[in-house]
Design a protein around this ligand. Structure first.
Ligand SMILES: Cc1ncc(COP(=O)(O)O)c(C=O)c1O
Length: 397
């Protein structure tokens, strides 16, 4: 995956800056910092590249989703519409907020569909948590229309989609707030870390306070600061932020390489009978971390998955194929043990999670194959990789 592929002198320099000043905490300690505020610089770089008015760094992508939920006022008993095709973190965030996840259908965008959302709205629905899967955005025009029509809050989990945009606007800015992950497997990484963005000043202030025990960050005496709200500790440390900063500066280059490499593979796959690609409303905004394609049937997808492993197609890419195949089953979401005393126990589940039937999603996911794109592929490596991929596909289709 891109971020981890290109650690170098830039990351080392930023980390050494922090070690030399010994200022590991993001707030205060001006007397030792020598003017260095890595978390603030990291946030500024994210603002610059996404065009957000506000960015606030946190300790993980999970913390980022949890924080935007709280900052937007989602809480006890609220229903939040989520997709069944996702990593589990955003569902955990909904439950931790005290809210109830309500699963709706996705479509071939691999994200929630506007019709899917509309079909599960109830008087208790408070928000839609759209999850931009595998580096590209949902059909945001349709989703924005639905959330506005029903007076809901739109939140965006962009955990897998830093660098992606929809019709010229970064993901994360199409509703109230967006959350990104910088964990080790993302397009830009700081090992463990997250980022929230918003254009709403009030939400930003909430984020600033909630993620640091309610501290108001006013004045120069942290011990004497007011705490108007209760929060938690979702702070990012300066060491991690230093790496995130160096990685964000590399993002434009990563995006360029990813898009070039993905286009080459996609063009080679275009003529294959029966193979179709993930639906994208705005392909130019794809961060191109994955190439997602469909084969006609579930059994062909299963065979192809096994074939790709047998033919050793693609190291890291193969690992991602594997991961997404596992996630595709989404049984682990159905079986999730919700923390006791939280909303689901208190209020009763709004859906029968164990017997959830989402036939469109099940069909889409069952025919999906995802391969990871690497930004460091040399031309010959890309050709060899693609030759192997095409040969495996031809054996199955
Ligand atoms: C869509 C999505 N949201 C949130 C997260 C959580 O991010 P983190 O691992 O940084 O907590 C992930 C992690 O893979 C993710 O894929």
């Amino acid at each position: 995956m891109p971020g981890m592929e290109i650690f170098g002198a830039e990351e080392r320099k930023e980390v050494m800056d922090v070690l030399e000043t010994k200022a590991l905490f993001r707030y205060g300690h001006e007397h030792i910092r020598k003017g260095m505020w890595k978390t603030a610089e990291f946030e500024a770089e994210v603002r610059k590249q996404t065009g957000a008015n506000y960015a606030h760094a946190v300790s993980s992508g999970t913390a980022a989703v949890t924080s935007i939920m709280a900052a937007a006022g989602i809480g006890h008993g609220d229903e939040v519409i989520v997709p069944p095709y996702t990593f589990v973190a955003p569902i955990e965030a909904v439950v931790l907020a005290g809210a109830l996840p309500v699963f709706a259908e996705i479509d071939e965008t691999l994200c929630l569909s506007p019709e899917g959302i509309e079909a599960v709205i109830t008087p208790n629905t408070k928000a839609v948590l759209v999850i931009h899967m595998c580096g590209a955005s949902a059909d945001l025009d349709g989703i924005v229309e639905v959330y506005k029509k029903h007076n809901l809050i739109l939140l965006e989990d962009c955990g897998q989609a830093m660098g992606a945009s929809y019709k010229g606007k970064s993901v994360g800015l199409h509703g109230a707030a967006g959350a990104f992950s910088f964990d080790y497997f993302k397009i830009a990484t700081c090992g463990e870390g997250g980022m929230t963005i918003t254009n709403d000043e009030e939400i930003y202030k909430n984020l600033d306070h909630i993620t640091d025990h309610g501290h108001t960050h006013e004045g120069d005496n942290r011990g004497m600061e007011d705490h108007h709200v209760m929060g938690s500790n979702f702070r990012l440390g300066e060491m991690s932020a230093a790496i995130g900063l160096a990685q964000m500066r590399k993002l434009p280059w990563i995006l360029e390489q990813n898009r070039k490499n993905k286009k080459y593979i996609k063009d080679r796959l275009k003529g294959i009978d029966g193979l179709t690609f993930r639906k994208m409303e705005d392909e130019s905004g794809d961060s191109a971390t994955f190439l997602n394609f469909f084969v006609p049937t579930k059994s062909q997808a299963t065979k192809l998955f096994i074939q790709l492993a047998e033919d050793s197609v693609g190291g890291v890419a193969n690992w991602y194929t594997n991961m997404y195949h596992f996630i595709n089953q989404w049984d682990h979401i159905k079986e999730m043990k919700f923390p006791s005393k939280l909303a689901v126990h208190d209020l009763g589940a709004p859906q029968d999670y164990k017997n959830l039937s989402l036939p469109i999603s099940e069909d889409v996911i069952s025919r999906l194959i995802s391969v990871g794109i690497q930004c460091t592929w040399k031309e010959e490596e890309l050709v060899v990789y693609t030759d192997k991929l095409v040969a495996s596909i031809n054996k199955v289709l």
